[in-house]
Design a protein around this ligand. Sequence first.
Ligand code: ADP
Ligand code: MG
Length: 705
Amino acid sequence: MLLDTSIDYLKGVGPSRADLLKRELGIFTYRQLLQHYPFRYVDKTKFHRINSIGKSEDPVQIRGILRKMTLQGDGRKRRLVGTFRDNTGVLELVWFKGIKWIQDSLKVGAEYVIYGTPNVFNGKINIVHPEIELMNPNKEKKPSTLEPIYHTTDKLRAKRLDAKGISKLMQELLKIIHSKRQQLHETLPLLLINSLKFPTRWEAMLWVHFPINQAQQKAARNRLKFEELFFMQLRILRAKGQRKLGIRGFIFEKIGTYFNTFYKNNLKFDLTGAQKRVLREIRQDMRSNLQMNRLLQGDVGSGKTVVGFMSILMALDNDFQAAMIAPTEILAQQHFESLQEMAAGLDIRIEILTGSTKTKARRTLLEDLAEGKIQILLGTHALLEDKVIFKNLGLAIVDEQHRFGVAQRAKMWRKNKNGVPHILVMTATPIPRTLAMTVYGDLDVSVIDEMPPGRKPIQTFHKYENTHRLWVFGQMKREIAKGHQVYVVYPLIEDTGKETMADIKNLDEGHQVLSREFPMPQYQISVVHGRQKPEDKEFEMQRFIKGETQIMIATTVIEVGVNVPNATMMIIENAERFGLAQLHQLRGRVGRGGGDAYCILITGYKLSSDGKFRMKTMTETTDGFKISEADLKLRGPGNIEGTQQSGILSFKIADLVKDGAILREARKLAAKILEDDPNLEHEDNRPILFQLNQSQTKKGFGRIS
Ligand code: ADP
Ligand code: MG
């Protein structure tokens, strides 16, 4: 294949440039060069006026007269300075190199067109080493062209591979491809190209690098974006289809005594419409002979636990075991308690396995599990160990799935001697749609998009630490006087992901201040952080859960899952240190009892613009989906929790933040094509199959869970 030719062979490259292209930009082949798309274009038909040059960092093109040329400085600082004027103002052109040549070739008094990036220096505008050519009166008659601007590096620039240099290589490459036109295979079916009014692949490549107008550039980019997303979706959906064909699921035919008794006697509230719909989707999966691999999305407090529990009962009714893992011991413990409560009177044996389960108890537990005497096992990572084997695990639930790595989640698939359990993964924070379609694209998705009735949005305030302390104390006292409870959360100070002594110190100081303001015996305070022994942590948590303490001071260990309906106020110290997802999670700890609930975000006066945006987002909305979209905009797809390891987010041209609409279209069409022609055997789909086989080995899509 022509495109697989090593970059060394391209005219104008040579060994040292080839070396740099490989090292600096990862360009080893013609194909990789071709896919080094411009990140923007400059319109060379537009002329700027000197008085309109702002602080923009974009290059400008100006028409004017070269008025004067003087040599300034000496030694290494020697430079040639030209005064350049149009009828709106003056700027300086500066050369440090090639001075003699420039002096000889430029004519003072002549009209020139210059092009370069303006700087402001000592209150004057200058352009260093501008491109400069004599004004050609015919220039305006040329067809308009957009000049591609490519990413490059200093080392490449030193070898004259600046944007212009790369553009020259690109021209050379396109010339070669053009002469062997059959080598650039069309990748999309003609029908698709026609119906979407896309340019051909050749046109797209030509236009993306050298468009003569905006319309061409847009058409080319659209097609290339679509193509990239389309093939990604095709791969994901194909893998999903093959998995479904390849793995037989346990069939849960009946809804039995457990489920019905729970529904009749134990369920204290009406399920929301969304909860019912999701349960139907889960039931549908688990009664088919396909293995369920489903992502359950729902905002904090939307009631995922009860849905998980009722799914577990379906497994139990069909004589299977069930498991549920949670990322922290506190959360596992909490699930243990709430499941026991929900299972009251149902005669179900529920056990919990964590890092702190004692050796002897663990041994008995593992034996009983293997013999099928335990019906539901809850736990933390401890449950993932190889020794933990079920007799017949029918359903595995992963709560707060983003806290588990892909490999860890995959372990749940192998917990049985025979057969793969159904898998339900639940998210703590809604995932932006574009990410759900990519990173979690091979899972079926259920969404709980409705809150239990009576929930009021949590009132959120942003306050400054120096000026509003007393106000905050007052608010806390008011809530406590009503018999309610308050969380005060401290961030991790260093960005290590783990608590450090400095974090504890920060929290300790806060504790001292609060102890003075809220003295015993009138007030009781719980303190919880990651450095405590599990039993101490548990003891402090329990005091708060039972209502014996009114204030809980904690680091982020309480972030996930804790459910204390009587807690109505969440105070977040140094809130600027938290990401949006975390802030939303923390806020979700309150307002679970139905009444008014409050969240106070405390920050310093100085905030970065990101920080301001986060505080603004939090005070403006409580909708987790909106917050996750804002988070995506702020941090980009690679930094959203749970996506880092996926490795499928490195796009050449598509952008998940901006190209959501294209992605949806690509996914829809990929699904439709696979539905009509699962093995891509149809004549029309030949280009697709060809392209897939070409790149099959490059990206492996592992199982997500
Ligand atoms: P999350 O989705 O964040 O895991 P939980 O499952 O912890 O939320 O549910 C939050 C609270 O809402 C729990 O106290 C739960 O009992 C309650 N809840 C769940 N579903 C309903 C419902 N349909 N009506 C009223 N309360 C509900
Ligand atoms: Mg939960």
